[in-house]
Design a protein around this ligand. Structure first.
Ligand code: CO
Length: 128
């Protein structure tokens, strides 16, 4: 198992980036946005921290932030073949949120596994 990144929901992205830079000396490596959220990736050894600020209250991260406040949102596991990872997860009886891979903020294929299938932790497969 290889952790690709850890996703953290934040209410103010620039403030969160500054905090990680100040506290951990983290290096900002990538920023990306969709119509639902804006994100920043900070290098953390072999993995990254993905800071997520929702841009809409009715988006999944917006609802998460409203219900639970800022904090750990998901972990992402690197997989070499995401089609195979999804097929194996299904064969193991896991519930997928994404039935088909989609393009993530890194420009690679991703798919989310339902938290109830993995001990309450929202889990993302990232093809890497
Ligand atoms: Co992610």
């Amino acid at each position: 198992m290889k952790i690709h990144h850890v996703g953290v929901a934040v209410s103010d992205l620039d403030e969160a980036i500054a905090l990680y830079q100040k506290v951990f000396g983290a290096e900002l490596v990538h920023r990306a946005s969709t119509d639902e959220l804006t994100a920043a990736f900070l290098q953390a050894g072999d993995a990254e921290v993905e800071l997520l600020q929702p841009l809409r209250d009715d988006s999944p991260v917006g609802k998460f932030l409203a219900n639970r406040g800022p904090g750990l949102h998901h972990i992402a596991v690197a997989v070499s073949d995401i089609d195979e990872a999804i097929a194996e997860a299904r064969a193991d009886g896991l519930e997928m949120i994404d039935q088909e891979p989609r393009i993530g903020l890194h420009g690679t294929r991703i798919a989310f596994v339902h938290p109830k299938s993995v001990g309450g932790v929202l889990t993302e497969f990232v093809e890497a």
